[in-house]
Write a protein that binds this ligand. Structure first.
Ligand code: 8YV
Length: 333
């Protein structure tokens, strides 16, 4: 039987490319080119599977152009780059990469919160620019982290990781808002109290966004929501661009409507709203919350596990849909 063919859409850990090569005919992207949707479709001709990152859009048009494609394995927990109903209807399996990045991403959420509240990036730029002349009692005086109120929007695995760090490590009073309330034992483990979104925005000293992107979550934090926040509050987004209205946030930061923000994700990234680049009270990082070598390797390994299982006729490890059987059979899966 000929070996299945897979495409790896972006550069990944070489060990995982090597591992995949033991199972499949692999076409990789070692120069890490960011292919256009047309280029991706062209490279997917004749491919049975593809390993994607969060930046390749998988929609009905692409699937129609790639009739042999059976599985798309995303090396990301978020899969808003997938049109899931289109994939299901076209008989294509989608998988994501949850769990392996939870603690690493929660670490980063906390790091960004600390950097933002304690003005680490802003003060470092000042020092590097040679502006530090003397000690002052209020030099880069920031917001208290320990003992303050931490508001988490989106209480999945990563949200819970951030809650535990805040409650157990920093003695924070943790409140959260989520589509559904956690089971009482999980709330107790996280020492977190469920509140409405408005109460959270009004009472939190630090608001951390960790909810998945859905059309309903688009601009969940805009001018009206920011207006509810304390003027001393910080806002952290490690979820997805588009959940925050970046233009409204830039305005609010400029007017000191809130104290500061920390952003790892942006609307239309890698483009950044130009005003965000000019305000000092924001920490900006290039979508690196899961970026440790070990975690990125584990994410690629999980995507590989999904490809290996599914293309061998086994159930995928972390599926996000159940492909329609007739359409699936037409693709030879
Ligand atoms: C990924 C992420 O690195 O997992 C996610 O959803 O946002 C990041 O951890 C990024 O999406 C590239 O795949």
């Amino acid at each position: 039987m000929p070996r299945a063919k897979i495409l790896i859409a972006r550069a990944i850990s070489p060990e995982v490319v090597e591992r995949l090569s033991q199972h499949f005919d692999v076409t990789a992207n070692p120069e890490d080119a960011a292919w256009s949707p047309q280029e991706l479709a062209a490279r997917l001709q004749g491919m049975d599977g593809v390993l994607t990152t969060g930046s390749q859009r998988i929609d009905a048009e692409l699937l129609a152009a790639c009739p042999q494609l059976k599985i798309v394995a995303n090396m990301a927990v978020g899969y808003n780059n997938f049109d899931v109903p289109a994939m299901t209807a076209a008989g294509v399996q989608g998988t994501n990469a949850p769990d392996v990045l939870t603690e690493t991403t929660a670490d980063f959420g906390f790091a960004l919160l600390m950097a933002t509240a304690r003005r680490i990036a802003e003060s470092e730029h000042y020092l590097r620019a040679g502006l530090w002349k003397d000690w002052r009692y209020d030099l880069f005086a920031g917001a208290e982290v320990h003992g303050s109120t931490l508001g988490i929007v989106g209480m999945g695995r990563i949200g819970q990781g951030i809650a535990k760090r805040g409650a157990h490590g920093f003695g924070m009073n943790v409140i959260y808002h989520n589509r559904s309330r956690l089971a009482p034992e999980l709330e107790a483990e996280c020492k977190a109290r469920y509140v409405g979104k408005e109460e959270l925005l009004k009472t939190a000293d630090h608001v951390v966004l960790v909810l998945p992107y859905t059309p309903a979550a688009h601009h969940a934090i805009g001018a009206a929501e920011i207006a509810l926040m304390k003027p001393t509050a910080t806002l952290i987004n490690i979820a997805r661009g588009g959940i925050v209205d970046d233009a409204a946030l830039a305005q609010a930061l400029k007017n000191k409507r809130i104290a500061a923000a920390g952003l790892d994700v942006f609307e239309g990234e890698p483009a950044i709203h130009p005003e965000l680049l000019t305000v000092p009270n924001v920490v900006l990082t290039p979508h690196i919350a899961s970026a440790t070598m070990a975690t990125r390797r584990a994410m690629a390994d999980l995507a590989a596990d999904n490809l290996v299982a599914y293309l061998a006729g086994q159930p995928p490890v972390t599926p996000v849909n159940q492909p329609e059987p007739v359409a699936r059979a037409k693709r030879g899966a």
